[in-house]
Ligand binder design. Sequence first.
Ligand SMILES: C[S@@+](CC[C@H](N)C(=O)[O-])C[C@H]1O[C@@H](n2cnc3c(N)ncnc32)[C@H](O)[C@@H]1O
Length: 368
Amino acid sequence: MPLPDDSPEKWVYKEHTRVKHEILSKYLSGWIRILGRNHSRVCYFDCFAGKGEYEDGSKGSPLVAIETASRLKKQFPYLNEIVCDFIEKNENNFMDLERVINIETKTHPEKYNDVKVILHNNNFADIASKIVNKVGDRLAPSFFFIDPFGFSGVPFEIVKNILSIKRTEVFITFMVRDVNRFLDSSRHQINIADLYGIENVQETSKLKYPNLSREEALLRLYRDRLHEDANVRYIFPFKVCADERLQTTYYLIHATNHPKGCKLMKEIMCKTGTEGRFGYFGPAEGQLTLELYDKSGLKNFLLKRFASRRLSFEDIINETLMDTYFIEKDYRTVLRELEKGGYISIGGKGPRGGLPLTAEITFPPRDN
Ligand SMILES: C[S@@+](CC[C@H](N)C(=O)[O-])C[C@H]1O[C@@H](n2cnc3c(N)ncnc32)[C@H](O)[C@@H]1O
């Protein structure tokens, strides 16, 4: 029998939870900073909010979020309001959440006077449907954190509807290990079909990606569903191995239609994981190597990809956001080296030879 969602065993704070919260907090800071410039209000939805704190007293995502929101609100007074909606279905977890939030906001009222907190003891799908149907495109820029224990209760149709609203983004804990484990179980077929928004997930993933492992194919299928059916432009996954065995436990998937959002998340994910690796691979990491990890791989990739083209530094980064594990500073180093080697030419440099995002790069034809 699976443990109920309020059992203490499920609320042990682990290193990978800390990493998840670190990514969440850093991304929210950047996201609020970017959007708060042009919008008087932004919303954060913690769709599987949890108890508010873990067994050892570590903070849960709702506290991480309101603390980040309050810090940003103080730094950027032009932002009128940050609204944080917390959705939690389990009654006991909800009562704990309410208590923890009350203690925090009442103990430091000055900190939270510009952060509006709304609590829902309900399920994600119902609340999200109401928002989509009643508010729709009038919704302020919103970030939805979807963090279930397993894979049930996250219907693809709901995620798609959320993402169809302008300026919304989602950040999903995608439990690929569990989907893989229960793929053959008849009891789980409805939930798996619901998660992907299609019947026959197993057959489809096998047919579409015959050369990938089952787990890789399941992740790929979900990404493709977001791209192809939900029409999301940028999807970035962060691999998380929760234990020493280095088997993937879940992916944190960020989906957005804005290149700035994807770029920000990619930079954060790159810097947050195990040093020098992409993705957080767990405590025993050390052996894994990733294709395209060394910078000469990036050089060849860029020469091939942009052969005979002239485009800005920013366009180069944006066009390849989902294709490489490199971030802006790596691109900058590699482009300078290519220029030094006489492979490309760069126009519009900064006064001291810097490489601004507006710099124009000219690539030679492929066989040169
Ligand atoms: C992984 S925990 C959330 C952890 C929290 N986001 C954090 O980082 O501290 C998942 C939570 O979702 C709740 N839950 C389960 N099904 C749900 C649903 N359909 N809608 C909303 N909450 C749900 C569970 O009771 C549990 O508290």
